[in-house]
Write a protein that binds this ligand. Structure first.
Ligand SMILES: NC(=O)c1ccc[n+]([C@@H]2O[C@H](COP(=O)([O-])OP(=O)(O)OC[C@H]3O[C@@H](n4cnc5c(N)ncnc54)[C@H](O)[C@@H]3O)[C@@H](O)[C@H]2O)c1
Length: 347
């Protein structure tokens, strides 16, 4: 490996930023330069645990004073656009945590800023790097499923409304479970389907639990129900240009079992993500099969390694900002359809 080091900064030093810091601190080719957060305890922890030589409470000041090769944007969704555009304009490549932004309009501004600054914009999708997802994608590329007709994906929590951060605030997050956790399972399902172009969306969102005080025992009790303005449950359907369809279900609170899974169905075969299984016909029989061994790999760490490889060594990314924008348009479409009560086009 060369002597080069990626001079890396962070905007936002909360939960996911610290998960990233823990991993990249161990990389010999990364130098942690500075971090910024408006919350002093987060900043103090980042400094104490990861040894940032400089910390800031104002991201603009940090970008003015420091010089970065790359910046990781780990603020709530409402900050993604401004912080990403600011970092790109300051000459840094950017990894922005999922979702790309609050909406596709912001996402388009971010992609335009990356193009203008001639810098890379990588979306922090990790599930596409999960080994079982990679296996399904490889089987798909090898033609095992034929044309993929349908994808069904679920990111369902029975009672999992975050009791930290601003995940219940529509004004700061853009939405609830659909944009927060649905985005994960949508990105990987869409990826294994071959990333077809979305053309229309329909969906519905429901709020019935999160905005009320609850005494039901749950994993994360006592969330802030007074500021809860997002959906509890979202369901949606996306139609693609190639005729395929994807269904999504996502909840913070729903009367169902917890589930994070997807299935795909094609003309020649299909697959389930977890437990991994391929469904096909062979020699006159219907056959289910699964790989005998899949190497384990932390997909979150993988996305960070790949970002460093892209930003420092110019390697191509499997998670370009454009992939984030395509998913964002689907999210926007489902929310718009829910508001209008009809299917809407995606442009
Ligand atoms: N990839 C994943 O698996 C994953 C998991 C969790 C969260 N996320 C994403 O990461 C982002 C952050 O989520 P989190 O769980 O870390 O939330 P968090 O609330 O733990 O952290 C967000 C931090 O951003 C800080 N912040 C807010 N406004 C700021 C500003 N203007 N300047 C600087 N700092 C500011 C907050 O003080 C907070 O410390 C969200 O977009 C979320 O969707 C991704």
């Amino acid at each position: 490996m060369s002597e080069k080091k990626l001079r890396l900064g962070f905007i936002g030093a909360g939960g996911i930023a610290q998960a990233q810091m823990k991993i990249v601190k161990a990389y010999p080719d990364v130098e942690l330069v500075a971090a910024c957060d408006i919350n002093d305890p987060s900043l103090a922890k980042a400094k104490a645990d990861y040894g940032f030589p400089a910390v800031y409470t104002d991201w603009k000041e940090m970008l003015r004073r420091e010089s970065f090769d790359a910046v990781s944007v780990c603020t709530p969704n409402g900050g993604h656009c401004a912080h990403t555009v600011g970092a790109l304009q300051a000459g840094a490549h950017v990894l922005v945590e999922k979702p790309l932004a609050m909406n596709a309009k912001e996402g388009e501004a971010m992609l335009a800023a990356a193009k203008k600054a001639k810098r890379k914009l990588v979306i922090g999708f990790q599930w596409r790097f999960e080994p079982k997802a990679q296996f399904i994608r490889k089987m798909s590329e090898a033609g095992q499923f034929g044309n993929i007709l349908f994808g069904r994906c679920k990111a369902l929590r029975r009672r999992g409304i975050p009791n930290w951060g601003v995940f219940g605030r529509k004004d700061l997050q853009g939405g609830g479970p659909l944009i927060d956790i649905g985005v994960h399972i949508m990105e990987v399902t869409h990826y294994v389907m071959g990333s077809p172009k979305p053309v229309s969306a329909s969906g519905q969102i429901f709020q019935y639990l999160g905005n009320k005080k609850s005494d039901v025992a749950s994993m994360w009790p006592n969330w802030d129900h007074k500021t809860y303005t997002v959906e509890d449950l979202a369901v949606g359907q996306i139609r693609f240009e190639n005729g395929a369809v994807m269904h999504v279900e996502s909840s913070f609170a729903a009367h169902c079992k917890d589930e994070f899974n997807f299935s795909i169905m094609g003309e020649k075969g299909g697959a389930d993500f977890d437990p991994i299984s391929i469904h096909t016909d062979e020699n006159g029989y219907m056959v289910d099969k699964s790989p005998a061994f899949i190497p384990s790999q932390d997909c979150f760490a993988r996305k960070l390694r790949l970002f460093v490889d892209t930003a420092l060594y110019g390697k191509p990314t499997e998670a370009p900002g454009e992939a984030g924008l395509m998913i964002q348009k689907m999210l926007d479409g489902i929310y718009e359809s829910a508001a209008k009560g009809r299917e809407v086009p995606i442009r």
